[in-house]
Design a protein around this ligand. Structure first.
Ligand code: CMX
Length: 437
């Protein structure tokens, strides 16, 4: 870790004057506005968060530290003989802004490996939960149960100075991130494979080890690497990232913050949409008796869902206005590895018919598919068919970005978050909409 921490320390020290200067010399300049519609409508588009880990352009999609998805996948080093890059190398990029050399990625992978042992009490806790607990509730509980291990809390009580908060936060983040794949795979094997747990293999990288512990053969290791990287970050205003940042802003440690992040991700309008897509497709398949519907039949299913007052899961986005490049990266994987899979054919059909229908309906600002429309299909193909588990995979990935953000929040001394609220009557007064009593 020496190299990463040293690199990060230098970057933080070089960056701090930029934030200080912005605050001191330009603190009262306006960079956005807030309308009544935004205050009532979930703060959509209000420019009031700062992050340098990733940026989401409505038309282009996500850039991690300035790199598009294809650029990221091409530039990051890969474990020997593998097609997808080290997840650990991607975390290095998110934290430092630098593409690691193969040696740096390998050394960082070794460092994370040394932190990856999950305490036995976490497994005991998971075993003690009711059998019908949702995997996301299990994941969140497992994470918060390790809060007692927080180094940040220990050092804070010892009187740690504000400028050094980031250091034990980084330690907590790496300790937690290193354990998440083992916890995720444990939940899967406990819940869906009769508790037949597979021990980690210390010779493997994070993605390879996850596939091994899940008990799924190649190329599931490359898929896991790709999946964790694609889901890692989507700037900081989405529910999971914002929740993690918000909770951490109270100086709650990484365990509390990431558990909260997981809870936000578990909503059907956010990370749970990948489960909802498979549920929806299964419903259609049952009605079709397993047969692939024609375009006309599929259009009818889409309209029936919309007319029933429900959303089409996996379509639309609060920021994106084009097909999500994370969708396209996974679609390419499908076209290469599972072009004839029946569920992929369903998803492909949905891709062809849904945008035009959403456009015709005229409500969704973005009729195009998002990341969740495609991801469950691939899991299903590799025999991970228990779709209520899919959001745990999203959570392992998303934690990489949110932890990186929290480390930088602490490094730049971002304060506790506290936007101001108004009452409805105050807004009516302000805009001249007060109804006489
Ligand atoms: N199907 C049907 N209606 C949709 C829709 C969809 N896929 N996407 C948006 N709409 C509707 C909204 O429900 C809203 O309707 P009301 O005016 O009746 O409330 C209207 O279109 C306008 O919404 P919007 O401004 O286009 O979208 P939002 O920013 O409010 O919401 C999102 C974004 C993702 C929650 C929404 O598109 C949605 O519910 N999609 C389906 C669920 C999904 O795939 N979520 C995963 C997103 C990616 C992720 O975070 O993981």
């Amino acid at each position: 870790m020496g190299n990463l921490k040293e690199t990060l320390k230098n970057k933080i020290e070089a960056w701090r004057p930029r934030t200080t200067r912005l605050l001191k010399e330009h603190g009262d300049k306006v960079i956005g506005e807030c309308t009544v519609a935004q205050a009532i409508g979930g703060m959509r588009g209000v420019k009031c968060l700062v992050t340098d880990i990733s940026y989401l352009d409505p038309n282009e999609g996500i850039r991690f530290r300035g790199y598009t998805i294809p650029e990221t996948l091409a530039a990051l080093p890969k474990p020997e003989g593998q097609e997808a890059p080290y997840v650990e190398g991607h975390l290095y990029l998110l934290l430092t802004g630098d593409i690691p050399t193969p040696e740096e990625a390998k050394a960082f992978a070794e460092d994370l490996k040394a932190r990856s042992k999950v305490p036995e009490y976490v497994f005991d806790l998971l075993r003690s939960l009711p059998a019908d607990s949702h995997p996301m509730a299990m994941f969140s509980a497992a994470i918060v149960s390790m809060q007692r291990e927080s180094l940040f809390v220990k050092r804070y009580h010892e009187g740690l100075g504000k400028m050094d908060y980031w250091d034990p936060t980084l330690e907590d983040a790496l300790n937690l991130l290193a354990r998440l794949p083992t916890i995720g795979a444990f939940i899967y094997r406990l819940k869906y494979r009769d508790g037949d747990i597979i021990a980690p293999d210390s010779t493997l990288d994070m993605g390879g080890n996850f596939a091994h512990m899940m008990g799924v053969d190649k190329p599931y290791d490359d898929l896991s690497r790709l999946y964790f990287i694609l889901h890692s970050d989507h700037e900081s205003g989405n529910v999971s990232a914002h929740t993690g940042h918000l909770v951490a802003s109270a100086l709650s440690d990484v365990y509390y913050s990431i558990s909260a992040m997981v809870n936000g991700l578990a909503g059907p309008l956010h990370g749970l949409a990948n489960e909802m897509v498979l549920r929806w497709i299964q419903g259609v398949m049952d009605k079709m008796g397993g047969k692939i519907p024609s375009e006309e039949e599929m259009k009818k299913f889409v309209w029936d869902t919309l007319n029933g007052g429900q959303v089409i899961p996996g379509f639309g986005h609060a920021v994106l206005r084009k097909t999500d490049p994370r969708y396209m990266a996974q679609r390419e994987f499908c076209l290469k590895n599972l072009p004839d899979d029946p569920i992929f054919k369903y998803v492909d059909l949905l891709f062809r018919v849904t945008p035009a229908i959403l456009e015709k309906q005229g409500k969704a600002k973005n009729p195009w598919p998002n990341v969740d429309a495609q991801s469950g299909v691939i899991q299903w193909y590799y025999n991970v068919k228990e779709y209520d588990f899919y959001t745990v995979l999203f959570g392992i990935g998303r934690a990489l970005g949110v932890c990186s953000n929290i480390v930088w929040d602490r490094a730049l001394g971002y304060p506790i978050e506290r936007p101001k609220s108004l009452t409805t009557a105050m807004i009516e007064e302000m805009v001249g909409a007060k109804t006489p009593v």
